[in-house]
Write a protein that binds this ligand. Structure first.
Ligand SMILES: Cc1cc2nc3c(=O)[nH]c(=O)nc-3n(C[C@H](O)[C@H](O)[C@H](O)COP(=O)(O)OP(=O)(O)OC[C@H]3O[C@@H](n4cnc5c(N)ncnc54)[C@H](O)[C@@H]3O)c2cc1C
Length: 377
């Protein structure tokens, strides 16, 4: 009897898991992969969209192109999850599974921050980056503030990367001297796991006159006065405010009873939830790793190994290592790499390499490899 595996969410985590189950277990499992969208877009592509370097359409990988053996994709919106029964309802039907994996990511909640919807812009969703593009294009002078509105948030280096992206954008338009750029971040350093990466970012900021304000969170905006209220420091004025919105689990996850204190708790060794035969991977969890695609991917690898051991028997799967190779934009087309590992040693580690043009090529290859692995049979 083939086991029915139901994966909710076809982002970094869901796509990686479907690909691994297809490669390793297609004689034992049938996989149904559900997502409300018709296509996948890498998180880092939003910088290309907001700066007009690329359209969202050109960056999309369409789920209809998935040709993985034993995997069927359904474009449907998940409307309820019963983790005890492993039953899921969508806007099109209902599903019963033997193994359920929740990979629904983190939703953005711009309205959670007073004044932000009226007075700010976000670059964390495709729609937000698209709306920001003409705003940036018509901005010719003044104060830009990039601010984080809540923790945890996806891709800890992203606010700092936005600083470099904005510098290059205005430099290329000959407007850099007319624009000031500030990055407000809740961490004490740009990439807490890597002192070397943080140093490289701060050096780059100093060379480009980008101001970094650590240990602070923006709590609200006064759109009329154009002032951002800052917890942990003085309030700052802005002409253009780019915010990283408050994150939360999708409403359907909150209603399911899976989340505790905001996120789904999992066994860090194998990403199992407290419900039998229900796993959760990626941003939707409170696993002790940052919210980033590469950790969703490594978590999916651990879940695939755990399922394989359970279905085939044999030696227990290795515990999840919490590893991820993070590429960080450092301006001028250069990229740095942090080989982060959160769970193997006593303390998290993050050796840093670069920045270089070679690593920019490696990042492009990273994306191309995923597109092939996730979509081609
Ligand atoms: C600007 C920016 C830069 C980034 N840069 C990087 C980077 O360089 N490296 C990196 O590793 N990470 C990066 N990230 C973070 C990365 O994009 C996310 O952490 C990653 O996508 C999380 O993977 P996931 O599988 O947990 O969730 P997601 O990839 O978000 O996938 C969740 C999926 O669930 C679907 N879904 C949600 N609710 C429902 C529902 N009710 N019904 C059906 N489907 C639903 C969504 O449509 C989505 O496709 C960046 C993010 C941003 C915003």
């Amino acid at each position: 009897m083939m086991k029915q595996v139901l994966i909710l969410g076809a982002g970094f985590g869901g796509l990686e898991l479907a690909a691994r189950l297809s490669a390793d277990l297609s004689d034992r499992v049938e996989v149904t992969l559900i997502d409300q969208n018709d296509s996948f877009v890498f998180g880092f592509s939003k910088f290309d969209i907001m700066t007009g370097h690329s359209s969202a359409g050109a960056l999309r990988s369409y789920y209809r192109d998935i040709t993985k053996k034993g995997v069927r994709f359904r474009q449907e919106r998940v409307t309820s999850i019963d983790p005890g029964r492993r039953q899921v309802a969508t806007d099109r039907g209902t599903y019963q599974s033997d193994i359920l994996v929740v990979a629904l990511g983190a939703d953005l909640d711009p309205a959670a921050t007073p004044g932000f919807v009226e007075g700010g812009h976000e670059f964390y969703s495709v729609a937000g980056a698209e709306q920001l593009e003409p705003v940036l294009a018509s901005f010719t002078s003044g104060k830009i503030v990039v601010g984080v509105l809540g923790e945890p948030f996806k891709c800890p280096p992203a606010p700092s990367e936005a600083g470099f992206v904005l510098h290059d954008y205005f430099q290329n338009r000959g407007l850099r001297s007319a624009v000031s750029i500030r990055v407000i971040c809740p961490f004490g350093s740009p990439v807490p796991v890597s002192a070397a990466a943080s140093d490289a970012i701060l050096r780059g900021f100093a060379e480009r006159s980008i101001e970094f304000l650590p240990g602070r969170l923006v709590t609200s905006l006064d759109p009329a006065a154009k002032i951002a209220m800052v917890k942990g420091g003085p309030n700052v004025s802005y002409d253009l405010f780019l915010g990283v919105p408050v994150h939360r689990v999708p409403a359907v996850v909150a209603a399911s009873g899976l989340a505790v204190n905001g996120w789904i708790p999992v066994n860090p060794a194998n990403l199992a939830t407290r419900f039998p035969n229900v796993y959760a991977v990626g941003d939707v969890t409170s696993a002790p790793v940052p919210k980033a695609g590469v950790f969703a991917e490594s978590a999916a690898k651990a879940v695939a190994a755990d399922i394989a051991t359970r279905l085939r028997g044999g030696a227990p799967a290795a515990a999840y290592d919490g590893s991820g190779t993070c590429y960080v934009e450092l301006g001028d087309g250069r990229v740095g790499r942090v080989d982060a590992n959160f769970l193997t040693g006593r303390n998290p580690t993050g050796p840093f390499f670069g920045p270089s043009l070679e690593l920019a090529g490696e990042k492009a290859a990273f994306a191309a490899t995923r597109r092939r692995r996730w979509f081609r049979g």
